[in-house]
Design a protein around this ligand. Structure first.
Ligand code: HEC
Ligand code: HEC
Length: 285
């Protein structure tokens, strides 16, 4: 069993070698492969038009390039489809962290009327599997999607030429003056906690309450150059807009996280941070 687990995925440079896997759903090639097929299976949606891969496109680090997701019959949701890399390390799922395990998470979009819009019974009948088997396979596939081995990881591992001088300056700002590591920390650039960074706040109230008061989960920054637009509502189109947002200290709001405050970055400093963020792409799958 241990051998199978080690062989089923290779952990890229920079990520935690301990990839947590539930005891009752060990990672196997068979389940990952089945999960991959189900992930791109359009029959898992009411009108046969949408698969998980429609909103989580491998060419965009499993995001979709849209501000908010579009599901069956062109129905629009209210949130941005997040990148799905390194989710095996996640401690909670969805932007508001409302779900605890990947096995539970992967069945939600199938049932969401704005996404795939099937009952679990209908889904199971369409692919001749139990809903439990669907959940285990999809969760295993999602767990196998890993991003590491980026220029940043090679730099930290001792290759001093892996980052340009500008990117190194950006890394220092990221860790220092710009204070990004207050939340985007560790091998996956997230402490997996909820914060009000002010994004949801318009006209004195949160347009989306998230986990309450406009709180959302810190997302990974790996592959970030490929996953625009940004934030839970897709409201920031570019990394430039993201840096401007943080630089001005976010949107004023009650309960704004104390780590969000005006940064007074110079134009060169902003450029360096963006150059650094662009080096977080890995040799993934
Ligand atoms: C119509 C677009 C759409 C489809 C189809 C879709 N998703 Fe998503 N996915 C989203 C959106 C939007 C979110 C964030 C929703 C939220 O936070 O409320 C999300 C969130 C997730 C997350 C949580 C990521 C995190 O970091 O917390 C996972 C995992 C995921 N989807 C996997 C899947 C799988 C597996 C399927 C197929 C069974 C699927 N998705 C189908 C749009 C979609
Ligand atoms: C207080 C914690 C905190 C700090 C400090 C912080 N972030 Fe974030 N970051 C978050 C949270 C939470 C989100 C998601 C917010 C939302 O969608 O409403 C986020 C989202 C992002 C996103 C968009 C990710 C995506 O997939 O859409 C980027 C890029 C980003 N942050 C970069 C940075 C940079 C660069 C800094 C430093 C200048 C920084 N963050 C500082 C918590 C933080």
């Amino acid at each position: 069993m241990l051998l199978l687990l080690a062989a089923a995925v290779t952990i890229p440079l920079g990520l935690d070698l301990y990839l947590p896997v539930p005891e009752d759903n060990p990672l196997t090639f068979e389940k990952i492969e089945l999960g991959r097929r189900l992930f791109f299976e359009r029959r898992l949606s009411r009108d046969g038009s949408v698969s998980c891969g429609s909103c989580h496109d491998p060419d965009r680090a499993f995001s979709d390039g849209r501000p908010v997701a579009v599901g069956v019959f062109g129905r629009r949701g209210s949130r941005n489809a997040p990148a799905l890399v390194n989710r095996g390390y996640g401690r909670s799922f969805f932007w508001d962290g409302r779900v605890r395990t990947l096995e539970e998470q992967v069945l939600k979009p199938i049932q969401d009327p704005n996404e795939m819009d099937l009952t679990l019974q209908e889904a199971a009948a369409r692919v001749n599997l139990s809903d439990d088997a669907i959940a285990r396979a999809l969760a295993s596939y999602v767990r196998s999607i890993l991003s590491g081995g980026s220029p940043f990881d090679r730099f930290v591992n001792g290759d001093r030429t892996a980052l340009s001088v500008e990117q190194q300056a950006g890394l220092q700002l990221f860790r220092g003056k710009a204070n990004c590591v207050a939340c985007h920390v560790g091998p996956n650039f997230t402490e997996e906690k909820l914060h009000n960074t002010g994004i949801a706040w318009r006209d004195g109230r949160p347009a989306d309450p998230g986990a309450g008061h406009g709180d959302f989960k810190t997302p990974t920054l790996r592959e970030i150059a490929r996953t625009a637009p940004y934030m839970h509502d897709g409201s920031l189109a570019t990394l430039e807009e993201v840096i401007e947002y943080y630089d001005r200290g976010g949107n004023r709001s009650p309960g704004l996280d104390p780590e969000i405050r005006a940064l007074h970055l110079s134009p060169t400093e902003k450029q360096s941070i963006i150059a650094f963020l662009r080096c977080l792409h890995g040799a993934s799958h």
